[in-house]
Design a protein around this ligand. Structure first.
Ligand code: PLP
Length: 399
């Protein structure tokens, strides 16, 4: 081949890597770009608390800046924060992690998920993910050159994933299972026994479990079991924890991973080259949150619970059957009775009534027939959104 031909061939190659081409833009963000220039929209869309971070947490970060703490920290994060995370995991779940070797402070659970998948997957390794699930799970697996294997869940089974359904999808390439309960987008919480069945399967088939515990503190009278706390599971679990949701700290970009030392060392290697460390002021804020923020969480949970009940009751009264979410801060009502697809429903609702919701399909194929609505939104806005959604559903009712 001549040099000219080689140059031409190169020009014809795609600029963007195949890996990145394989993943779609987040169905959450994609939809919200639409409403940036619209006025009067009520957003039940992006999953974040509608309140600012509690003042004492903000103040801790401000003080740290005033003291001139503006430098890098250790790659693993401030030892004091790792110690507090270790204490927290012991007091909440009876788990013992070494702050020196088994905990890594990350830029949110988002980074922790990326590091976890990249640290353990080889090209072609399969990872089981319940469908629907949080958008980043399959994307991170694909970016790590693994293959996401989506296992369907449904409203009739409370959006819980069974060990039997996971087992049916196992092959000799299966390396790990990703679970995230309380769940985004459904609000499901897994009963302890079902998690114990998955634990038994993980033991039998030598699987790793990546457990996203970001909503662990947001449950409404239902018991949440931390997967790593099940007998024998700590050694095969990568536990991801965060501050964004429980302490209303989405913008601080701070979280952590806890796992066996070998895995944390591998994750730290990637983190060291790509992130270096989490921002020091966010680490100082997280330190304050984890030490003294328990009361804030209790108050927020009370508040979210009132909004949760209002929204579930509202959807059911409109005729959009709504599974009762047990944790996190989302409802996932069925819109099947309207005859519209999730995408159609979300788009028309935004255009006609200026209410933003996320189509269930953003979270996987099994999200079809549902929309995700975040209730970390002011009560009066939820009330007004329900009025608009009722009007919308009535206008489109096929009698
Ligand atoms: C289930 C789940 N995991 C992780 C994240 C990202 O968390 P962070 O802000 O800690 O990166 C979110 C955010 O919506 C989420 O819902």
């Amino acid at each position: 081949m001549s040099i000219e031909q080689r140059i031409k061939q190169k020009e014809e190659q795609q600029v963007i890597s195949r890996r990145v081409q394989q993943i779609a833009p987040s169905g959450i963000r994609k939809f919200f770009d639409l409403l940036i220039n619209m006025e009067g929209v009520i957003s039940l869309g992006v999953g974040e608390p509608d309140i600012a971070t509690p003042w004492h947490i903000r103040e801790a970060a401000i003080y740290s800046l005033e003291r001139g703490q503006t430098m890098y920290t250790s790659n693993s994060g401030l030892l004091e924060l790792r110690r507090e995370v270790s204490r927290y995991l012991e007091r909440e779940h009876g788990l013992k992690y070494s702050p020196e070797t088994e905990i890594l402070i990350t830029v949110g659970v988002s980074e922790a998920m990326d590091l976890a998948t990249r640290a353990v997957l080889n090209p072609g390794d399969e990872v089981i993910i319940p469908d629907p699930s949080y958008v980043s799970y399959p994307a991170c697996v694909t970016l790590a050159e693994g293959t996401p294997v989506m296992v369907p869940t449904c409203q009739d089974e409370n959006f819980e994933v069974s060990a039997a359904a996971i087992e049916e999808n196992l092959t000799e390439r299966t390396k790990a299972v990703i679970i995230g309960y309380p769940a985004n987008p459904t609000g499901a919480i897994m009963p302890r026994q079902k998690l114990a069945d998955i634990a038994a399967l993980a033991e039998r088939r030598n699987l790793l479990v990546i457990s996203d515990e970001i909503y662990a503190k947001l449950s409404y009278g239902f018991e949440h079991t931390c997967f790593a706390s099940l007998p024998g599971m700590q050694k095969r679990t990568i536990l991801l924890g965060g501050f964004s949701k429980a302490y209303a700290m989405t913008g601080w970009r701070i979280g952590y991973a806890a796992a066996p030392a070998e895995i944390i060392a591998a994750m730290t290697k990637i983190h060291q080259y790509t992130m270096l460390c989490a921002p020091i002021m966010s680490q100082m804020a997280a330190l304050e949150a984890i030490k003294t923020g328990d009361d804030d969480v209790v108050n927020m949970v009370d508040d979210y619970n009132r909004r949760r009940r209002l929204m579930v009751k509202g959807f059911n009264s409109i005729g959009l059957t709504c599974f009762e979410p047990k944790g996190a801060f989302y409802t996932f009502p069925s819109i099947v009775s309207t005859g519209m697809t999730s995408d159609e429903f979300a788009e028309k609702l935004l255009m006609e009534e200026k209410v933003a919701v996320v189509p269930g399909t953003a979270f996987g194929r099994c999200g079809e027939g549902h929309i995700r609505c975040c209730y970390a939104t002011a009560l009066n806005e939820i009330e007004e959104a329900l009025v608009r959604i009722r009007r919308f559903v009535e206008a489109h009712r096929k009698d």
